[in-house]
Design a protein around this ligand. Structure first.
Ligand SMILES: *[C@@H]1O[C@H](CO)[C@@H](O)[C@H](O)[C@H]1NC(C)=O
Ligand SMILES: *[C@@H]1O[C@H](CO)[C@@H](O)[C@H](O)[C@H]1NC(C)=O
Ligand SMILES: *[C@@H]1O[C@H](CO)[C@@H](O)[C@H](O)[C@H]1NC(C)=O
Ligand SMILES: *[C@@H]1O[C@H](CO)[C@@H](O)[C@H](O)[C@H]1NC(C)=O
Ligand SMILES: *[C@@H]1O[C@H](CO)[C@@H](O)[C@H](O)[C@H]1NC(C)=O
Ligand SMILES: *[C@@H]1O[C@H](CO)[C@@H](O)[C@H](O)[C@H]1NC(C)=O
Ligand SMILES: *[C@@H]1O[C@H](CO)[C@@H](O)[C@H](O)[C@H]1NC(C)=O
Ligand SMILES: *[C@@H]1O[C@H](CO)[C@@H](O)[C@H](O)[C@H]1NC(C)=O
Ligand SMILES: *[C@@H]1O[C@H](CO)[C@@H](O)[C@H](O)[C@H]1NC(C)=O
Length: 453
């Protein structure tokens, strides 16, 4: 009876995103799903001890039959639902009620091992395969992972220990990974303690991540919040992300594998986010960027207590590009390095990479940035054979602390600046003119969107 009532209250949603894609110009229109079942109907037990992998797999297998009937919802009521990894299906809404916690099994044997992603060629941490993520999608259409602030908890400590002690047999799993899918919504949930990444859309189009809170402890090794990877038309908004390594990292494949796969991350809009990154960067681009990253707009960002605020990372051998990226309206507090771009960051998957595959960093605009208690204002270390170009800094005020000795560091970089304090190095000091390369592409990135710059 109670379950039936909750089901009615939680009538779920199918996603339809307007023509401008998964970018933030329009909110996803969520249509109710005509069918809904509770995980209880598949024998799940929410005691935090019973393993519910089969219940999730059976429920989703059953709901597959509703895919051509408007889709269906899998309702997860309050309780602690321990599970190994499971796969979603198309036209499905996974809804976690308030007080519902999906908990990842602590036993690696409950996590399937799968092939590496083709754009990476191998596991990120250990050559060969990788553990499948807790919740997976592969070649899906119209998937919604949402709720009334339910929680997905990866209980990452066992994975962090295996990683730190070099005892992993395969690369660590993520919490949610959606591969080669379209029209994906993740909203109104809390994600905790990811083994590695929290939300990883890869080879996807039209992804909307809204109003989620993501955290892992500061000391958790290389944990990352949201990782749009070789994906396009992505919106991330109204999110709070606090991670051990990076908060939001845009990627697109690794060296020769990423170059061969050739799928960029593009048309990404990130706004109204509150970010913390203990040992990495709150907004990171690369270092895996071999398929290219372009047309990215980031605005209304608050950054707190982090090693680095904004960081572009690459290395010779990556190929690819990071270009036409605008970041504006950013407030930072207690950040060691406010803005960084480095051409000497990252490792190679194997010795088959092409050292002559030079990455490009071009047309990056940062404007309306303030920072307090900053140690290094900007560090731009480009690549001799492929210098960073058209870096445009405008209206940036960073107050540095007493530990600050070098405020700006520049090599193999060129660009413009206007109203920047402290005064940047000479390479970035030529005055910008707004009709120049600095902002001219803004028009194309905002076309069809409500964003106002
Ligand atoms: C889940 O999907 C992956 C492909 O992404 C597949 O290899 C695996 O067998 C699927 N697992 C189940 C239980 O269906
Ligand atoms: C965000 O999610 C919470 C529940 O997690 C909900 O109460 C709130 O209304 C949501 N806010 C928006 C703007 O969707
Ligand atoms: C959502 O759940 C998390 C963890 O259970 C809690 O810390 C947070 O306060 C909740 N947020 C809202 C808006 O209810
Ligand atoms: C890794 O493989 C070894 C040898 O097969 C095995 O003893 C160990 O339990 C495995 N570790 C994990 C975390 O599965
Ligand atoms: C999030 O929750 C709020 C409050 O229940 C609801 O109005 C909104 O539609 C939800 N958003 C998404 C994208 O699920
Ligand atoms: C200044 O920022 C650093 C991190 O770079 C932090 O350790 C320190 O506590 C901050 N100082 C104050 C006064 O908040
Ligand atoms: C400079 O940036 C601040 C916010 O950091 C903003 O309030 C101000 O309007 C900007 N000034 C100009 C001239 O755009
Ligand atoms: C470019 O980088 C190389 C090292 O990669 C360095 O030796 C050289 O001085 C740099 N050139 C400039 C102009 O900064
Ligand atoms: C503006 O900057 C561009 C790029 O440096 C330059 O080619 C152009 O001559 C400048 N225009 C004016 C009016 O200064």
């Amino acid at each position: 009876m109670l379950v039936a009532l909750l089901l009615l209250l939680a009538l779920s949603n199918a996603v339809r995103i307007d023509a401008d894609g998964g970018q933030c110009g329009s909110n996803p229109t969520l249509n109710p799903r005509p069918h809904s079942v509770s995980i209880l109907e598949f024998g799940a037990v929410g005691d935090g001890k019973t393993l519910n992998t089969l219940a999730f797999q059976n429920a989703i297998f059953y709901l597959k039959s509703f895919a051509d009937k408007g889709g269906a919802q899998l309702y997860v009521p309050p309780g602690k639902w321990l599970t190994g990894s499971f796969n979603l299906t198309s036209h499905l809404t996974l809804f976690l009620e308030k007080g519902a916690v999906i908990i990842g099994s602590q036993d690696p044997s409950h996590w399937d091992v799968i092939e590496p992603l083709p754009s990476y060629g191998r596991g990120l941490e250990v050559p060969g395969g990788r553990y499948q993520s807790l919740i997976n999608g592969y070649r899906l259409q119209d998937v919604v992972i949402t709720g009334n602030n339910g929680t997905i908890d990866g209980v990452g400590s066992i994975w962090w220990e295996l990683f730190t002690s070099h005892s992993l047999n395969y690369s660590r799993p993520h919490l949610v990974e959606i591969v080669a899918s379209e029209f994906v919504v993740v909203s109104n949930l809390t994600f905790l303690n990811a083994p590695a990444y929290s939300i990883h859309p890869v080879y996807c189009s039209h992804v909307h991540i809204q109003n989620v809170s993501i955290s892992s402890p500061p000391k958790s090794p290389y944990t990352v919040g949201i990782v749009p990877d070789s994906s396009d038309s992505v919106c991330i908004e109204d999110c709070i992300v606090s991670m051990g390594y990076d908060a939001i990292a845009l990627k697109s494949g690794w060296d020769e594998y990423g170059i061969a796969y050739g799928r960029p991350t593009e048309n990404v809009h990130i706004r109204k986010v509150y970010l913390e990154a203990f040992s990495g960067s709150t907004l990171a681009f690369g270092s895996d960027m071999s398929g290219g990253i372009s047309n990215v707009l980031v605005e209304h960002v608050r950054i707190l207590d982090s090693n680095s605020g904004i960081e572009f990372r690459t290395i010779k051998g990556r190929g690819g590009y990071m270009k036409d990226i605008v970041l504006s309206d950013i407030q930072m507090e207690n950040v060691y390095t406010a803005i960084a771009a480095t051409g000497h960051c990252g490792s190679h998957p194997d010795d088959k990479f092409d050292p002559n595959a030079l990455p490009i960093l071009d047309h990056i605009t940062l404007k309306d940035v303030t920072g307090t208690n900053i140690t290094i204002a900007g560090s731009f270390v480009g690549i001799k054979e492929s210098p960073f170009t058209n870096i445009c800094l405008s209206n940036i005020t960073l107050s540095t602390n007493s530990a600050s000795t070098i405020t700006w560091e520049c090599s193999n970089v060129s660009g413009f600046s206007d109203s920047v304090s402290p005064k940047p190095c000479r390479d970035l000091d030529s005055p910008s003119n707004s009709s120049s390369s600095c902002f001219s592409y803004l028009l194309s990135i905002t076309e069809g969107q409500t964003a106002v710059l």
